[in-house]
Design a protein around this ligand. Sequence first.
Ligand code: ADP
Ligand code: MG
Length: 719
Amino acid sequence: MRGMPELQTEVQFLKGIGPRAAETLATKGIRTLEDLLYYLPFRYEDRINPRTIEQLQPGEMASVIAEVRGSGLFRTKRMPIFEMTAGQGRSKLKCLWFRGGYLEGKFKPGALVALYGKVEYSSFGRGGLQMLQPQFEILYEPDGDGEAAPENDEQKHFQSLETGRIVPIYEAAGKLNARWFRRTIRTALEQMPPEIADAIPAAIRGRVGLIPRAEAFWHVHWPDAGESFADLQAARTPAHQRLIFEELFFLELGLELKRRKARLEPGIGFEISDQVRAALKRVLPFHPTRAQKQVLKEIAGDMAEASPMRRLLQGDVGSGKTIVAFEAATVAMENGYQVAMMAPTEILATQHYLSARRILEPAGYRVVLLTGSLEQGRKRSIRNHVAQGHAQMVIGTHALLQDKVEFEQLGLVIIDEQHRFGVMQRMTLMRKNSDVQPDVLVMTATPIPRTLALTLYGDLDVSVIDELPPGRTPVSTRVVDGERAQEVWEFVRKIVTGGEQAYVVYPVIEENEKDTGLKAAIQMYDELRKKVFPELKVGLLHGRMSAEEKDEIMRRFKAGELQILVATTVIEVGVDVANASLMVIEHAERFGLSQMHQLRGRIGRGKAKSYCVLMTGGKISEEAQQRLDSMVRTSDGFEIAEKDLELRGPGEFFGTKQAGMPSLRVSNLIRDRKLLEVAKREARALVDGSDEATPEEKRIAAQYLKLHWNRRFGLVEVG
Ligand code: ADP
Ligand code: MG
């Protein structure tokens, strides 16, 4: 392990870093030399052959090095704008910063600046090109009073690092700008021991083709002139791949160990006797699909084992997860245990309850529903039923079942997550009245690539239903401009008078001042009911209605008493009305991709041909256009989820930190998913012992993990 202590040197002991800078770095999680080396540039600038202003094309992102000609603040009616003109010979480029008062005095005439931004036609004055809010760096100031002016050899040395090469651009931290990082990291690289220990076993390094660590650090921060610029930008160089693999490998190693540890906790080994098998058959209302059979086998296998089940069941909307859950419940109940089933909304909990009554009660199981809208006395009596073991299955919302319910003997927890992720916290709440862990089955309708799921869900195993039940007709999807609403309403009338039902979905409940011009469910309900479809029966459903009102509306829609349901996204989860064959989504440009897919999953459940009309109204961004295109192109949940991930990035896709997303420094789980697969495979092999790593190598890997895991990923203690 020689070399490691040096990398663990705290940054304030490094050359050029004072206590102030060290404090700022700490806010970025940079405490040691190693942390600093891991602070990778977020992009690079090609300053070997900088573009001339003449070569610039409107619409492109470009960097230019030019001389400051003049600058000043001017006021417009709306805001002050700071303008700087840069030039090369006779060519000029205008740069504008909105509310740029803070830039006054920054650009001295004659100074050399590097500019990076989007090139466009000038919006002020006559013709020419401009950059709006470009990033900039002052490379040289003529009068010698700027800090950039080379005064001594050392400064000249750094100056030469900033032009005539591929330059790394770092995200600034407080007052520490990109150039500060460039210099400091350069110095740090020079201080770095020439050979640094590698905690990844040699055999793995060889198989994956990893270059030495020290070399990788040098290359990502100071790429050679010959390096492919595109590869650098895309983090595809061998140096990047090496550092990314390292991070993913240790992440996966930690997860693998955690999974292993969870297996060792005491759980319930359910018996799958002939009697249980008979019960399973009795409960099934139809022939399961091949995919349903497969996941049932996986789940039954887990349940039969003495260690607690931790399984994620992925399946697109309508793929038939509910019956799988009920079969798992049957295994537990036949073994004399209780089952808790949690749903994200009351509508969905109610729906599961109604299905359970239809499917499970005839087989003799007692199922109860516990929702927030029940009156206190009723709730208390249901809780008593559960505590005394009179009810074998209780269905409710997440919030309700988490802490208030006592069980006589809880054996299985089913969590219907739909596409809300928050499993991590929920897992801890499952220790009820017992020293054994109940089995846990989590269901989600947002399919994501398996390795990604395994990573995000940490220690869950993953099953996938990748097939829809027979008899579905694909939904035909079209995008229609809101201007043509009349035609759309005529189409709705035609479908509905033919005996089928329709949903019309809005992004908001009510119009308000903030969202001017946005159509809202309440107002449109009035308009549709009174003006557009006076002869039809129209209902309204939104999240601010009471649970009873919602239930009543859903009941009437299901019974066919309502022909058109005007709704907000409350219907996106679980609502199952087979006779509804048309969905109109207004302001479709405002909806997320996965959300639209969930909504569309409400139709195409019956025999009739189904239609989804995405109506747009207002400005459509490029990203929104891509979302709409994806909806038209495919109905494959996997493809949709991947596209959504790509468009939004994992952070937003999963809704911030609550998803238990590990904080990664150099990798991106989407961009680097191929490498993630490799890392997972290698980590698993190492833990399994099917790897040829030496005991010493394993010890080193474990020690490195311990050193880094807790602080970096904050997920787990490694034993
Ligand atoms: P989801 O996976 O979205 O929860 P559901 O479990 O609600 O899907 O199933 C959607 C519909 O398909 C339900 O009406 C259900 O009864 C039906 N279904 C599920 N599996 C089958 C099957 N194997 N054969 C026929 N219909 C099925
Ligand atoms: Mg469902």
